[in-house]
Design a protein around this ligand. Structure first.
Ligand SMILES: O=C(O)c1ccccc1NCC(=O)[C@H](O)[C@H](O)COP(=O)(O)O
Length: 219
């Protein structure tokens, strides 16, 4: 089983290099000003050129408008757009038609009823990211360091590739993969020493743990 590892919320050259040298398959960049991981278009241009060809560059937005997408595409040159807001299936179709990039739609999960919208999104998106549903008073819809009940995905029957995220870290990623059988894992808070500050050794430890699980599952 080839497992995709996504390191999300990168904002510095040093930690981007750690993720790339550590073998991350995907590197995520946040374009959402209330987030401690939000990056400017200038930083996006710099980190985008640094990551080019070394991992899949994922631009993360929340209910962004077309002008925002145009600016991100011009600077970061993303390989994939991660839509982490309340984007409708029709909006996904619109974005795909306008920008022609693969889409990863984030679905907030708390209970099995949260999977009701999955078929519609799965008809347009290229990948699904199952993330923990944010509390009602949260300042952002993701990147909150809290897991959801992975057993909600235990009997998932989805043809589309999917990732699991929400509160992952080096010590629980194996269990998350075992329960959800996800083809990818995504992490942000679990590799930070403080909100928005990625820790090089925590990045390395997470990737090592994910790869070790991949080996085990492949046996
Ligand atoms: O990371 C953020 O600050 C963020 C802000 C707004 C929307 C989404 C955000 N993150 C989305 C991600 O893909 C995170 O990696 C995912 O939610 C997992 O985060 P964490 O629980 O902190 O590992």
């Amino acid at each position: 089983m080839s497992l995709l590892v996504k390191i999300c919320g990168l904002s510095t050259r040093e930690t981007l290099d750690v993720a790339l040298e550590g073998g991350a398959d995907m590197v995520g960049f946040v374009f959402f000003p209330p987030s401690p991981r939000h990056i400017s278009l200038g930083v996006a241009r710099d980190l985008g050129s640094r990551a080019k060809g070394r991992a899949v560059k994922v631009a993360l937005t929340v209910d962004a408008d077309d002008a925002t997408f145009e600016n991100i595409i011009e600077t970061l040159r993303p390989d994939m757009l991660q839509l982490h807001g309340k984007e409708t299936v029709a909006r996904l179709r619109d974005i795909k038609q306008k920008f022609g990039l693969p889409l990863m739609k984030a679905l907030p999960v708390e209970t099995a009823s949260d999977l009701a919208g999955l078929p519609g999104y799965a008809s347009v998106a290229d990948r699904i990211l199952f993330d923990a549903r944010a509390p009602k008073d949260a300042t952002r819809p993701g990147g909150l360091g809290a897991p959801f009940d992975w057993h909600v995905l235990e009997n998932l029957d989805l043809d589309l590739p999917y990732m699991v995220s929400g509160g992952l870290h080096a010590d629980n990623v194996a269990e998350a993969i075992r329960v959800t059988r996800a083809g990818g894992v995504d992490v942000s808070s679990g590799i930070e020493s403080s909100p928005g500050v990625k820790d090089p050794e925590m990045i390395r430890a997470f990737i090592r743990a994910a790869r070790a699980t991949q080996e085990l599952m492949a046996r």
